[in-house]
Design a protein around this ligand. Sequence first.
Ligand code: 5AD
Ligand code: SF4
Length: 473
Amino acid sequence: MDNSELDPRTLNNETSLGDSRLNNKVVTLVYGCQMSERDADTLTEITRRLGYEPSDDLETAALVIVNTCCVRESAENKILGKIGELKKLKERNSKVKIAITGCMVQQPGALERLQKRAPHVDIWAGTHNLHEFSSLIKKVERGGKVAEVWHEPKATLEIAPLPEKGKRHASVNIMYGCDNFCSYCIVPHVRGRERSRKPEEILQEIKSLVESGCREVTLLGQNVNSYGKEFSPTYDFADLLQEVDQIPWLLRIRFITSHPKDLSDKLIKTVAEGKKLCEHFHLPIQSGSNFILERMNRKYTREYYLSRVQKIHELVPNASLTTDIIVGFPGESEEDFEQTLAMMKQAHYSQAFTFMYSKRSGTLAAKMEDQIPLDVKKRRLQKLMSVQNQESLEWRQLMIGKLVEVLVEGPSKTNPQRLTGRTRGNELVVFNGPQEIIGSLVNVRINEAGSWTLMGEVEDFKKSWTFEFNAGI
Ligand code: 5AD
Ligand code: SF4
């Protein structure tokens, strides 16, 4: 197959909609992680180049895309509910085309089951053939339905959707897939084996984002710490970060997700020395019990994890640490759970994403005996969340009185009279200030810690502006 035919970058704004068609609106709904969001952006961009116009209004849409997630059953249930709602939309407007794409469709054996359940859907596509989406839409526009799921990625085509002008933040994929096979996780089954993008391509994409106004990038991968492991000569994630750090006019660099087993001293040092690299590590622990970590196939112990945390604090003072935790993994005893609670207190996370274990068919953990009853999982989750809320509040209270650098994002959602932005540690800050500072770095003195955010006042206005100016030099 000639890949250039599939690459929407070669489509040159070809319009597949007839001129007679009045409505060309596309609504893209997205569930799941930042990878899924990034894929959804790609799909929207593909449709834009076919003549569709992005919109939020389902009632007037010509095409609705739902990019799905299957990491937990709760996500799947929400999506199934949405697909049901779209059936009613189709009853009101038979012309609307519906596309269901991504991880949920990619699961082994899922397509048939989904097709039976939702015959009103026009396009089904998995994760490996998203770059081919334009040809699927064209087929459906000619009439009929189409379903395509590839078992493996056939081409390593990476489509960089054009950044929206003026967008200050962008996510950039640096690698795809995962080789870790944590026993609970469906991701390696739906995203395939690990593939790293070439550094030149990544750097080029970031430079063009910066040219169009982007000032902060988040580098995405399921396990960014193993980036480039297939490269010869050797080139690893720390090498990539050092190069990204040199890009003029870029102000901040973030990355997710780090697997603790692969977090090298070199990487921690690189973050310590980088000018634009934010002092924030998202380091999922998943459980504080060695017995459970082994069953999860995480390949580290709680002692090793804590040694990594210690190294971070040694080399990157004031680094903020966030994590993911699963409660109720098969075989988790009260004592194992207590160890997770203790871990939380020891690691001092600024934030934790906490989940009840969800059985995913096809994974090793799904076949394990001693699955934990739902009421026990719920109780443990409640307890974990209350401990973490207290920890997060204490973390934020420690920031009162400090001067922090904030990248101003825009008006606060809860109070549009005020502005909001994030610290280098990824904490949300709300403060007063003029609209003109949106998009720049300002210094904010923290004076209050709320349940979810920090409050403060801008200081050194001029200095903050100068900082943005200097960042380009
Ligand atoms: N059940 C619950 N949580 C899960 N995660 C991944 N798979 C499952 C599952 N089967 C969580 C992990 C991971 C995060 C993205 O989702 O904590 O880090
Ligand atoms: Fe899933 Fe583990 Fe890979 Fe993360 S590292 S995507 S939890 S298999």
